[in-house]
Design a binder for this molecule. Sequence first.
Ligand SMILES: O=C[C@H](O)COP(=O)(O)O
Length: 259
Amino acid sequence: MTNRKPLMAGNWKMNLDHLEAVQLVQGLAVALGDAGHDYDAVEVVVVPPFTDIRSVQTLVEADKLSIRYGAQDVSVHASGAYTGEISAAMLTRLGVSYVVVGHSERREYHGETDALIGTKAKVALAAGMTPILCCGEGLDVRKAGEQVSYVLAQIDGMYADFSAEEAAQTVVAYEPVWAIGTGEVATPEDAQEVCAAIRVRLAELFDAETAAKVRVLYGGSVKSSNVADIMAKEDVDGALVGGASLQAEEFAKIARFNA
Ligand SMILES: O=C[C@H](O)COP(=O)(O)O
C-alpha cells in the first residue's frame, strides 16, 4: 500500500490563449464539481503556457478552485539579461505550484541536458515549487530493449546534485517519447517496468524512505479509456497528459480514473 496521492497533470504545451485557458479551467472545474471530485484523493493540475498563467491564477483565486497549476519550464537564472526567460520568482508570484522540467520536447528542440534539467528542478524547489522531472526513451532505445538503463542514466544525471530531502519533494514523469502524441500508448506493464526501476534507483541514490515519497507519473497518449489500467500499476502514481488535457470533460474523466 502506498500513501502517495495520485497526481493528474495536464500539460497544454503551446496550445490555448489566455481566454481559452479560462474557458477550459472553468469547464474542468464544473465537470469535476458535478462529479463530486475529491481533490484530496486525486490532485488535479493544469500546466498552461506562461501567457495564460495570470488568467488561470485570477480564476482559481476568484472561484476558490482546488485545481492547481504549473509552468512548462523555468529559467536557471534569478533575473537579468536573459531574453525570453521566466524566473522562478515570477512563477511563485503567480501562485504556481509545479514546474515541468526536461520535457522531451525541451530536450529535443532546446538541447536540454540532464544536468541543466537537474539545476532547473533545484531552482524550482528552492522557490517553493514542485518540479516534475521528465525522462523517457526514444523508439530506437525501446526497440533495442534498453529502456530501463537509458532512463536510469537520465535519473542519475538529473538527480546528481540532490540531497535526499530535496529528492523527496520531487515528482518524476516517465514519458516514452514514442508514445507522446502518437496514440501509441505503452502497456501498463511497460509503464510499470520503468516506473518501478526509477523508484529502485531513487532508493539506491538516496534511501527507501525518500523513494517511497516520490510520485512517478506516466505520460504518453493517456486517455480516459486507458488511464485506469495504467493507474492500477503499483509504481504509477499519476499521469502527465498532453492532448487529452485540452478537453475539459475528457481530462475530468482521466482525473476520476478510480470513480
Ligand atoms: O506532457 C505530456 C506528454 O508529452 C504526453 O502527451 P500526449 O498525452 O499528447 O501523448
